[in-house]
Ligand binder design. Structure first.
Ligand code: FAD
Ligand code: NAP
Length: 359
């Protein structure tokens, strides 16, 4: 059933109260096709919604919001090394991670407790604690809104980059991701390169590394640092971590010796001309041309940590997270983000890019 003039407050983790002109959910491809073949909505702008945890609404949405609720997780293939798990787009991301951990399948444990749905995970190649979904991704199936056909994308087709994919760029708004298949390891290759994980594992008194232990360590760290959207509205990191040249990094490092940066290598994608950036697990001095900085540190240095203007603010434990304390409008949060971008630019000559999708 398509509803009219529905508040989206409960459908976005920023808890921004805007209206959708039309709103409906679908739990199968058949229902989706039925809705889309209704001429009444053919000219309307469409917005595919998962958990609404990476969105900032700055105005009412004059179009049709389609909430993806296609469910199902299944093992589709197995070989000597891997088990292939296919998850429908409407599945909760963390539930998929727990499903894999329960079956002792490794690859997604560092990505524990990321809010949202499976279908949105390839959108920005979700990443945390040294791992990105591209590391365990096999393929996805997506429905083309105009052509009304299903297309399969492998990892190369998706053009994954740092919090990027083809679906956030060239194909923005064109496809509805229906399901994603992951390649999970039977014999885990643990990634604890991210300092905070090792510290937490030590504090937990873990003697023998396991995917369960890594997942729990990540859950512990995240729960202690990040605001729970159920308590305070937010969409996680509002900005991407910027990358700068080695020369610029050195100049800043001379001025701010305490500044932390991570060496990265990059490749220029010919197809999109967009940068695909990957952190180097083991820094290789010969390849290092750019560095990734922690945007949260830059914002904090500009004095924004804990800032509050009415109900819009900057989280007091992690300056990268903008928050809605209750009744902030999307515009108020957006204006705050503009001010932060300007002040970081003035102080460091670095232009921060928003990670959150603005509507
Ligand atoms: P939504 O917010 O519903 O949608 C995001 C975008 O994807 C929109 O443009 C939407 O139209 C599109 N979209 C959604 N589903 C589909 C689909 N099926 N097909 C096509 N397009 C679709 N992100 C990280 O990468 N790493 C983190 O560690 C992380 N931590 C977070 C912590 C907190 C507390 C919060 C609130 C957010 C965090 N995020 C993180 C951001 C967010 O959780 C992820 O980006 C997540 O994948 C978004 O999923 P969602 O279902 O909520 O997407
Ligand atoms: P943190 O540990 O305080 O570190 C700050 C930043 O430094 C991170 O953003 C991270 O970049 C980078 N970093 C730290 N250690 C690194 C290492 N060993 N190698 C490469 N980069 C390193 O970060 P945090 O805010 O608590 O977040 C922890 C992780 O969860 C991060 O990976 C972060 O991306 C992820 N997270 C993402 C969101 C989101 O909405 N996108 C929200 C919360 C947490 P990277 O971000 O590139 O990893």
């Amino acid at each position: 059933m398509v509803e009219k003039s529905i508040s989206l407050k409960a459908y976005n983790t920023f808890s921004i109260n805007v209206l959708a002109q039309y709103f409906t959910s679908f739990d199968s491809l058949g229902t989706l096709i039925e809705i889309l073949s209704d001429n009444k909505y053919s000219l309307n702008e469409k917005l595919i919604l998962g958990g609404g945890s990476n969105i900032l609404f700055t105005k009412n949405f004059d179009g049709l919001v389609l909430k993806n609720e296609i469910k199902g997780i299944e093992i589709v293939k197995e070989d000597a090394e891997y088990v292939y798990v296919k998850a429908a787009a409407g599945e909760n991301w963390h539930q998929l991670v727990l499903y894999c951990i329960d079956k002792n399948l490794a690859g997604l444990e560092n990505l524990s407790l990321i809010p949202g749905c499976v279908g949105a995970s390839p959108m920005q190649n979700i990443g945390a604690y040294g791992v990105e979904i591209k590391d365990a991704f096999l393929e996805l199936e997506a429905f083309h809104l105009k052509e009304k056909n299903i297309v399969t994308f492998n990892a190369t087709d998706c053009q994954f980059g740092y919090r990027e994919s083809i679906f956030k760029n060239r194909f923005k708004g064109q496809f509805i991701i229906l399901n994603v298949t992951f390649r999970l390891c039977k014999n885990p290759n643990f990634d604890t390169s991210y300092g905070a994980i090792n510290q937490e594992l030590e504090q937990m008194g873990i003697q023998e590394l396991s995917i369960q232990a890594i997942s729990q360590a990540v859950i512990n760290i995240r729960s202690s640092k990040l605001p729970d959207p159920k308590q305070i509205g937010n969409a996680g990191s509002f900005f991407k971590n910027p990358t700068i040249s080695a020369a610029k990094y050195q100049a800043l490092k001379d001025k701010y010796p305490e500044m932390v940066g991570y060496p990265i290598h990059y490749s220029l994608s010919k197809a999109t001309n967009s940068l695909s950036v990957t952190s180097l697990k083991e820094p290789d001095a010969c390849k290092v041309e750019t560095f990734k900085l922690a945007a949260g540190w830059l914002i904090e240095k500009c004095g924004w940590k804990g800032f509050r203007d009415g109900d819009a603010g900057v989280h007091n434990k992690q300056a990268l997270v903008l928050v809605n304390y209750g009744q902030a409008s999307g515009n108020k949060v957006y204006t705050l983000s503009q001010k932060i971008i300007l002040s970081v630019q003035e102080k460091f000559n670095i232009i921060l890019e928003r990670e959150v999708n603005i509507f």
